[in-house]
Design a binder for this molecule. Structure first.
Ligand SMILES: NC(=O)c1ccc[n+]([C@@H]2O[C@H](COP(=O)([O-])OP(=O)(O)OC[C@H]3O[C@@H](n4cnc5c(N)ncnc54)[C@H](OP(=O)(O)O)[C@@H]3O)[C@@H](O)[C@H]2O)c1
Length: 412
């Protein structure tokens, strides 16, 4: 039986991962260890956790350490019993994530993560959603660059559309205007693992192509969505478009939000994402080049010998990622354009002040977990698999603007 007043509010499982270390430093700066919010770090290696703690200096001295391994259910049971919320950065989630979700759901412990693996979320929904509703565990996937800015950007635009026009947008496009950042070994491992799974299980291809793959069965939206996987011209943005690699997860989360937010956005909601590459020959050429590059990467990742060569010689390894300098110089600028059934138009932008995948992601994940622990009561919000927009809404937008370097703004 779980203690009704566990020792910690938040435990970071995977604190020694590339992103977990950035998150730990961010948490220390935001939430002093002996302050109101009680938090601790966890991982599978006591030595690596000790090293991380030492690297934090005097401020990190009171930090508690918990050792737990995804392969050891007893250790996960102890971890989940000791806290109200677990943050997990232990990935690829399809390889290591399920035992923790299973334990959180069994004990009613809240959970948030950084997964971008749609096939794994679909599997967790099938296995644990009903039980989470009875135990009270609130599970919130995809609380990093995938998919917070997209999910909350759409939510933000819909709030303003309803206020201004008295109706929500039935169609929204998200366009990446500018972005600077790089991938870590952990992200690359998660992506190549998806290609491995598809190669051995062709049915997954169908699931990954389904825009409603993680919607509740009764979601009712029958609109044919454009997966934007080829270059095309967008008159609303006056620019060529290239496929955006994160659209595969972001669009699925946004469609799940449409089914879960109070009142829903629209029963025939349309949503897609792409990258702006500019006008004219240059813009068209760039869009074609990005599409070709992504197609080439996907093909090489499906074929075992080329996948092996890429993993060995080209791509970052687990634990590696962009330098501190690259994280600080990174940024993103996302534009949203919505139209309502009666033809009204509205636009907004969402920006982040550090590289999307690590500097900014760590801050978003930390604030999402704090929001879950401090703002979203069990009395008002029952257990289940939520999306960031449907569980956090404006409370997280405010936190992200005040403490995580994001902006949300309606534009002309
Ligand atoms: N949503 C987003 O925007 C976003 C952004 C960044 C990353 N991500 C995702 O976040 C995850 C982490 O990325 P990363 O680059 O930080 O990865 P990473 O550095 O490779 O870290 C993976 C972590 O998993 C831990 N681990 C592996 N097996 C374990 C086990 N059996 N028990 C306990 N821990 C275990 C490792 O422990 P050790 O430290 O002991 O080796 C390590 O801490 C990836 O899945 C990535 O795709 C998502």
């Amino acid at each position: 039986m779980k203690d009704t007043h566990p020792k910690f509010d938040i435990v970071i499982f995977g604190a020694t991962s590339f992103v977990g270390q950035i998150l730990t430093r961010y948490m220390l700066a935001q939430f002093p260890i002996e302050g109101e919010l009680k938090w601790a770090i966890a991982g599978r290696s006591q030595n690596k956790l000790n090293e991380l703690k030492q690297s934090l200096g005097i401020a990190g001295e009171p930090l508690d350490i918990l050792v737990a391994d995804s392969a050891d259910e007893n250790s996960l049971h102890e971890l989940c019993s000791a806290t109200r919320v677990v943050i997990s950065t232990v990935g690829p989630y399809a390889l290591y994530g399920e035992p923790l979700v299973k334990t959180c759901v069994a004990l009613g412990t809240d959970y948030c993560d950084l997964t971008g693996e749609v096939q794994w979320i679909a599997k967790m929904l099938e296995g644990y959603e009903d039980q989470a509703k009875t135990t009270g565990a609130r599970i919130v996937n995809s609380c990093g660059f995938d998919s917070l800015p997209s999910d909350l950007g759409v939510y933000f635009l819909q709030q303003h559309a309803k206020q201004k026009f008295g109706e929500p947008c039935s169609s929204i496009k998200m366009r990446v205007k500018k972005m600077k950042g790089a991938a870590s070994g952990g992200t690359v491992a998660s992506m190549t693992n998806i290609f491995k799974e598809v190669a051995s299980n062709p049915a997954l291809r169908k699931l990954l192509a389904n825009p409603y793959a993680i919607c509740p069965p009764d979601h009712g939206n029958k609109v044919r969505q454009d997966n934007m996987n080829r270059p095309q011209y967008d008159n609303d943005f006056n620019s060529w478009l290239a496929p955006f690699v994160m659209a595969v997860i972001n669009t699925r989360i946004v469609h799940r939000s449409n089914a879960l937010v109070e009142g829903g956005y629209s029963p025939h909601f349309e949503y897609n994402e792409a990258m702006l590459t500019g006008k004219g020959l240059m813009g068209g050429g760039l869009a074609a080049g990005v599409g070709f590059g992504l197609g080439g990467f996907a093909m090489a990742a499906v074929i075992p010998p080329t996948r092996w060569a890429m993993e060995k010689f080209i791509l970052p390894k687990p634990g590696e990622g962009p330098s501190q300098d690259a994280q600080e110089k990174g940024f993103y600028d996302l534009r949203f354009y919505g139209t309502t059934d009666s033809g009204q138009e509205i636009r907004c932008k969402v920006t982040g002040d550090q590289d999307p995948g690590y500097g900014s992601t760590a801050k978003m994940l930390g604030q999402a977990a704090a929001c879950l622990a401090q703002d979203i009561s069990k009395e008002n919000t029952p257990g289940g698999f939520w999306t960031p927009a449907s569980i956090f809404g404006n409370q997280l937008i405010t936190r992200l603007e005040n403490h995580a370097g994001l902006t949300f703004e309606i534009i002309d």
